[in-house]
Design a protein around this ligand. Structure first.
Ligand code: AMP
Length: 441
């Protein structure tokens, strides 16, 4: 069963949206607020700055447009140049201005769209009509602020930085800085971004005051019942840290590696240390893969070591813990991996072992999920006590793989799956053989 997210659906009325705007929403077919709207509008109406982690399609435009229009309606007479929305592209700017005009139709809300590639004179005429909301790309807006006589944003009350990550990717930083210098410091600011990059965080610090953070129902988010941690480890000691975690934690575990070879080697090494581990990867025959998987499902093995490829398209049950032995270079793989645990409202743990070469990948993952992960506590001295045994187990595993290769060439096939079979058979009556930690075996 997939996780279910049962939430009370709020109405626009419950969010304290005024009657005329509820009618405008109705006309657009917006019967209930989207998650980002429900989460952000109450804070926005309280006068808070907002930082929203949301993609296009989440209803983020409504999330910032509705509170701005409601504030405009609260004015004795709707004030021109009340709000300014900065967007990274011309198309998005036009869409935003259309939504503002549709929602504010009852008060004859006017917008001006200031984007590159369009005649400046036409835009100057639009500015001459004293629009309530200006929507534009930073470069062209700054161009008008510098060169269009009589145009200023000195009375601005609301600034929106939409798709901030894209704004910053498109060399708008200088124009943004210049705009921030000529608009009032005393204003409300809403920043929306699909990802929280370091640049976005810097921008947030520069122009938001004590913001409330809200998130859309992103398909890239992870569930709250999932405890996610990382451990920064030197590449040469990764195996020791893996063994350390497997020793201190119990329950069914999936360990993800980048390559098939690494998954096979780790499975052998762990078995040499007395763990009940099995590998499934693309180098194994389908029969052996299924065999290993069935052992894991039946609880005969408590540790499944696999690659991203092998984990897809196979019916793998929910597990207690996911360990990212290698950090995926594609951040979305991280979401797939950790989604194997903490399903259907249950709790789960995901621990990522990050070495010096994987830091960049890990930071990308944190950006994607929109949060900084805490460190998993580990006593380095205790970890290092394992080194000798781990090194020896690894040496034996390498030897076995070499022997397996020779046997294969001689026609005596022996892949990791066959080795698992051998181990399963011999270990049945010998569970107390190689002791490591009872809980894992
Ligand atoms: P956005 O993420 O702002 O680009 O919005 C994506 C689409 O969702 C647009 O077509 C909006 O008209 C629509 N939309 C926004 N809010 C709602 C809502 N509360 N109910 C239904 N559709 C909405």
């Amino acid at each position: 069963m997939e996780e279910q997210h049962i939430e009370e659906v709020k109405s626009f009325k419950e969010l304290n949206i005024c009657e005329s705007l509820i009618e405008a929403c109705d006309r657009l077919g917006w019967t209930a607020p989207t998650k980002i709207q429900a989460d952000s509008i109450p804070h926005a109406l309280e006068g808070k700055d907002i930082i929203g982690l949301a993609q296009t399609g989440s209803g983020k435009t409504g999330a910032f447009a509705l509170p701005i229009i409601q504030a405009l309606l609260d004015e004795k007479s709707p004030q021109p140049f009340f709000g300014c929305v900065l967007s990274p592209t011309r198309e998005l700017a036009i869409q935003i201005s259309e939504q503002f005009e549709a929602l504010g139709a009852s008060i004859g809300l006017r917008t001006a769209v200031l984007v590159g590639g369009v005649d400046m004179n036409q835009q100057q005429l639009a500015l001459g009509r004293r629009p309530h909301i200006v929507v534009g790309t930073p470069g062209r807006l700054m161009d008008h602020l510098t060169n269009t006589k009589g145009f200023s944003l000195r009375t601005l009350k609301y600034l929106v930085l939409d798709e901030a990550d894209r704004l910053l990717n498109q060399d708008f930083e200088k124009a943004l800085d210049d705009i921030l210098k000529v608009i009032p410091v005393n204003r409300r600011t809403y920043l929306f971004s699909a990802t929280m990059t370091n640049k976005v965080k810097k921008l947030q610090r520069a122009c938001l005051r004590d913001p409330v953070k809200v998130e859309s129902d992103s398909k890239y988010s992870t569930v709250d019942t999932l405890k996610q941690q990382y451990l920064f480890v030197p590449a040469k000691n990764k195996e020791c840290y893996l063994v350390y975690i497997l020793t201190e934690m119990s329950g069914s575990t999936m360990v993800f590696t980048r390559t098939c070879d690494a998954s096979g080697l780790l499975a052998l090494m762990l078995r040499n240390l007395g763990f009940r581990a099995v590998a499934i990867n693309g180098h194994m025959t389908q029969a052996n893969r299924l065999g290993g998987l069935n052992k894991f499902k039946a609880g005969d093995c408590s540790i499944l070591i696999c690659t991203d490829l092998a984990s897809r398209g196979l019916d793998i049950p929910a597990v207690d813990m996911v360990i990212n032995y290698d950090i995926p270079s594609n951040s979305k793989d991280y979401i797939h991996r950790v989604g194997r645990t903490a399903r259907a409202g249950r709790s789960g743990v995901a621990i990522s072992l990050v070495n010096q070469y994987e830091l960049e990948y890990f930071l990308q993952i944190e950006n994607l999920i929109g949060k900084k992960l805490p460190v998993h506590p580990a006593e380095e001295e205790e970890v290092m006590l394992l080194r000798q045994r781990v090194t020896e187990a690894k040496r034996i595993s390498h030897m076995k793989i070499k022997e397996g290769g020779k046997n294969k060439r001689k026609g005596r096939g022996d892949d990791d799956g066959d080795e698992v079979e051998k181990w399963q058979n011999t270990s049945k009556g010998n569970r107390g053989g190689k002791t490591f930690k009872k809980s894992r075996r």
